[in-house]
Design a protein around this ligand. Sequence first.
Ligand code: COA
Length: 202
Amino acid sequence: MEIAAVDRWSAGGPILYSSRVNSDDRSREPATTGDVAASLTVRPATRDDAEAIARIYNQGIEDRTATLETGLRSADERAEWLNSHGERHPVIVAVDSTGFVLGWGSLNRFNARAAYDHVADVSVFVERSARRSGVGTALVEGLEARARAIGYHKMVLAAFATNLPAVTLYVRQGFSVVGTYHEQGLLDGRWMDVVVMEKILR
Ligand SMILES: CC(C)(COP(=O)(O)OP(=O)(O)OC[C@H]1O[C@@H](n2cnc3c(N)ncnc32)[C@H](O)[C@@H]1OP(=O)(O)O)[C@@H](O)C(=O)NCCC(=O)NCCS
């Protein structure tokens, strides 16, 4: 099903994202009485989104496919995290037509040294049952629009070499692979290779 996601943040008017939604996904929460989201909206996250952000982040942590993080988060901890993200480090959420949060993304400080102020580190996590329906794409595009508006020179990220969904998504969004850190993290007793990716914003 083709839908359009509207980014209400863009000062230059709405940005439309072409994407698809799994119209027959019954496992999606909350129960939507069979209704399917007709549209995705990408908007700035608020404190009220902390619980949804924690839920989605915890799914990614539990999956063990996305992050070296292993400690589950609470809504209160995510609320503090949101609070610590100033204007240069926006957090955004993608919501369906009912307001249900399907994913979140953030621009994070890459390095505290001033010389790195032009580099934004990217995080994107999508609700398990909503993956492969265009939410990640809308979030990466939303983050890139914000990164450009803020004036960042580049966006970077690190992904597991085994995280094909993430690496493919970012390649499709114009990121290139810088290289691989081999055996960079020990996760559940297994050494994980980490791919570093970048996109210079010209
Ligand atoms: C990685 C992630 C953010 C992708 O988000 P998404 O909403 O599923 O991505 P999209 O639906 O926008 O997919 C965009 C493209 O990425 C690629 N892709 C996404 N999921 C894929 C999968 N499971 N297998 C192969 N390619 C995939 C495809 O090219 C897809 O386009 P297509 O559906 O037209 O073929 C999501 O899977 C996720 O949240 N995973 C857990 C957290 C995570 O890994 N975050 C990234 C850490 S670096």
